[in-house]
Unconditional design. Structure first.
Lengths: 400, 396
């Protein structure tokens, strides 16, 4: 049995040599020895793994690219969750591939080993811009979906604070504010993600919800119907979300399901300012958003059979509070006290293996046209210009 | 004998040249072209022989001429005496030995005592020898009787044509030598004059040498003739004559000392370099045996947001193929990201000189990596909108 590092090296080399026995002709290039000096370097194949489910990913797959099936992306990330530029790139490449990296593997390992009889573990990813926090969350979300976790997924939380469609004062709760349209969209997202699970689990409401004189949701109504009601009636959608999350929390505590809360940009919940202006011309504190409160109740440690996976992103904060990428600074006192204790997982820039793998992927997809891109000097140049950062590498490679 | 002939000449209005007079004059020891100071001694001799008639007309102008010459001589002598006194005073002021106070020392002393920021260097205070300051004039070209000293006086360019005649004579003698060598069947290796290390004087310099204002055609003909002389196989025998009209050019370039690599306590080689661009200064330390880390003011390459600036920083490493093999630590001060990048690039290149061999250093120099970019923002001029832009031109 080979050591993981040796096996990894073999897989990479195999990619370099070609699946058809190492002959350049099979890759569609001329094997002319006389012009070998001037011929372009043989195009390496991307180091891939055929394991399409993150459940099977181990340390051996580190640095390899796994393909997400088209159905997965549509089901799990129809309303976001995957960065837009990455999605555009995936459309260009006609496939959605993710690199298996160590932080994701660590996170999945922690999730597997979590004791669900205790209050939920909070795994918060943090790192500098462009290191791969969101894509690690995508990997984790895929894993959670494949392991039958009920997903409560917030694709990009700051959207509700700074880019909401509509905020209206709440009809039901005094002093709070609703997101009618955003809540509808989220409920649709929840439904798409968890359609199968909801059918199998057959969870029902345990409380009575009175929406108006005529509209009432009795106890023992399937949660699916509650979701449909929220989608249909925008007026009650935010309260629907609140009801849904409360119900799920109760069901999880009572052991009927396991709930995973995945939030990208979790530090935005503890920001003091939103875009909404009250009647007295002040900017509203987002703690009065009912939608925010629905999820913040899940961050507490008073339920079981749950897990919270989030990313602390400096871009989720306001522009003047982005100097550092570290959790304490971005979460502020408020957020720190609410989320502490949590398990921080740092996301770093690419190391040498990952950088090589990334450039091999671009070469495989015919994205790097310069014949020197795959050469030693070319790789070193790309590494230096992008400062080993994944996002910057994408930027640098765009015109190439 | 001389006096009789002199009287004869003075009476006749035409200036007639008789060979005996030339011989007589040579016998009397009168030099042909001489300084003003020495000519005065002969002129007093002649003056005493002027007769009041026909000679009086000529002698008045001659007298005036002589007086002018004497006055100039006296003036120059006074100036030189003053200069010498001044030089000794200056040496005393500076605390130097007056005996060994050279012109370079004088220049340095004046620059120290009277510092000037004027852009026009010739307008700055200076103390030069009077012979460098005052225009040289030709010595007496004809004697008191009006007879010119030089044979070629009436060509208008006596010194020039004398040089050409000397050239001709030299050519003839070299040909004779060559014939003798050929006759004796002596096979010498080429004794042609070596042109390396020297070049022809310019037209202005030649004019100064002859104290005659030459035309371009004179100069061109002269140089062409001299070139023919140089082409002669035995022209090195006429080296002294040729070198009168050539100036030595220093061809050896100053070999800049490349500093040697320094070593840290752990034995890692490193070198520092500093560079400037516009008003930004950068100090870069390049560590050998590295892994390609780049640090700028404590941050990594993300210090530069624009890809162009990053490429500038990376270029010297790429060029020398040391990218990924050395570490870079840069400190940059001053505003401006693009100029910071340029300053870091220069500093890195200068530091990398110690890591590479001679061949690569030459390639770096040719690539322009080692040259400071001296472009600075141009001054705005009054009456214009900017440095070059003019205000809107209105036809009426």
């Amino acid at each position: 049995m080979m050591a993981p590092s040796a096996r990894r090296a073999v897989l990479l080399l195999r990619g370099l040599a070609g699946r058809h026995g190492g002959c350049g002709a099979a890759l569609g290039q001329r094997c002319v020895s006389a012009e070998a000096a001037q011929a372009p370097l043989p195009r390496p194949l991307a180091p891939r793994t055929s394991l399409t489910s993150p459940v099977e990913h181990t340390a051996e797959q580190r640095g390899l690219w796994y393909t997400l099936q088209p159905g997965v992306v549509q089901r799990l990330f129809s309303q976001g969750g995957v960065p837009k530029q990455f999605l555009t790139q995936c459309q260009t490449f006609a496939e959605t591939c993710l690199m298996v990296r160590q932080p994701s593997l660590t996170l999945m390992d922690f999730i597997r080993r979590s004791d669900l009889s205790l209050p939920p573990n909070k795994f918060l990813l943090y790192g500098r811009n462009g290191c791969g926090k969101t894509l690690s969350l995508v990997h984790a979300t895929h894993f959670l979906a494949d392991t039958d976790w009920l997903l409560v997924h917030v694709p990009w939380a700051p959207k509700w604070r700074r880019n909401f469609k509509e905020v209206a004062p709440s009809a039901t709760i005094e002093g709070q504010y609703d997101h009618p349209l955003d809540a509808v969209l989220w409920l649709q997202h929840f439904k798409t993600q968890n359609a199968e699970l909801l059918k199998t689990l057959q969870l029902v409401t345990q409380e009575r919800y009175i929406w108006s004189r005529r509209e009432v949701t009795e106890p023992d109504t399937p949660l699916g119907e509650l979701v449909e009601l929220g989608i249909g009636r925008a007026r009650y959608s935010t309260d629907c979300v609140l009801a849904l999350t409360s119900e799920l929390k109760r069901h999880a505590t009572e052991g009927r399901c396991k709930v995973a809360v995945v939030v990208d940009g979790i530090n935005t919940f503890y920001s003091p300012v939103s875009r909404y202006r009250c009647e007295d011309r002040t900017l509203l504190d987002p703690k009065y958003f009912t939608l925010f409160q629905s999820f913040m109740q899940l961050f507490k440690s008073d339920w079981k059979n749950g897990i919270v996976v989030g990313s602390i992103d400096s871009l989720a904060n306001e522009g003047w509070r982005r100097d550092s990428h570290l959790p304490r600074y971005l979460l502020r006192q408020q957020g720190w006290e609410a989320l502490d204790p949590f398990i921080p997982i740092p996301i770093e820039d690419y190391d040498d293996l990952e950088m090589r793998s990334a450039i091999d992927y671009y070469l495989d997809r015919h994205w790097l046209q310069n014949p020197q891109a795959g050469s030693d000097i070319g790789r070193r140049e790309l590494a230096a210009l992008s400062a080993h950062n994944p996002y910057l590498l994408m930027q640098v490679c765009r015109p190439l | 004998m001389a006096s009789v002939i002199g009287q004869f000449l003075r009476r006749s209005s035409t200036l007639v040249r008789i060979s005996c007079t030339v011989q007589a004059r040579v016998a009397s020891g009168l030099p042909h072209i001489q300084q003003y100071s020495s000519s005065s001694s002969s002129s007093t001799e002649e003056e005493s022989m002027t007769s009041p008639e026909g000679g009086a007309r000529m002698s008045k102008s001659m007298l005036a001429y002589q007086q002018r010459a004497e006055a100039h001589d006296k003036f120059m002598a006074d100036q030189i005496a003053e200069y010498e006194i001044g030089r000794r005073h200056l040496a005393n002021i500076m605390g130097e030995d007056p005996e060994t106070f050279t012109q370079e020392d004088i220049d340095a002393a004046i620059q120290y005592l009277l510092p000037s920021g004027l852009f026009e260097l010739t307008a700055r205070p200076a103390m030069k020898h009077p012979s460098d300051v005052f225009i040289k004039k030709k010595a007496a070209e004809f004697d008191i009787s009006g007879r010119p000293f030089h044979t070629f006086f009436y060509t208008g360019y006596p010194a020039y044509y004398q040089a050409l005649h000397d050239l001709g004579k030299t050519m003839i003698s070299l040909d004779q030598f060559a014939n003798r060598m050929a006759h004796l069947k002596v096979e010498n290796e080429s004794q042609a004059f070596n042109c390396g290390g020297s070049e022809w004087v310019s037209k202005a310099e030649l004019s100064n040498k002859f104290l005659e204002e030459l035309h371009d055609k004179h100069y061109i003909f002269f140089i062409q003739s001299m070139n023919r002389l140089i082409e002669h196989p035995y022209s090195s025998r006429a080296q002294d004559f040729i070198m009168r009209f050539r100036k030595v050019v220093i061809t050896t370039q100053n070999k800049e000392e490349i500093p040697k690599l320094m070593y840290t306590a752990e034995g890692i080689p490193y070198m520092t370099g500093s560079g400037k661009r516009k008003h930004t200064e950068a100090t870069v330390t390049v560590y050998g045996r590295g892994s390609g880390k780049i640090e700028i003011n404590g941050q990594d390459m993300r210090f530069f947001k624009v890809i162009q600036d990053r490429e500038q920083v990376v270029f010297p490493l790429q060029f020398t193929n040391l990218l990924g093999k050395v570490d870079l630590v840069a400190n940059v001060t001053g505003a401006g990201l693009s100029s910071s990048a340029g300053a870091i690039r220069l500093a890195t290149a200068l530091a990398l000189r110690s890591f590479v061999d001679e061949h690569m250093r030459e390639k770096m120099r040719l690539a322009g990596l080692l040259s400071k970019d001296f472009r600075v923002k141009e001054r705005k001029k009054p009456g214009q909108k900017g440095a070059r832009a003019k205000f809107t031109w209105k036809k009426r």
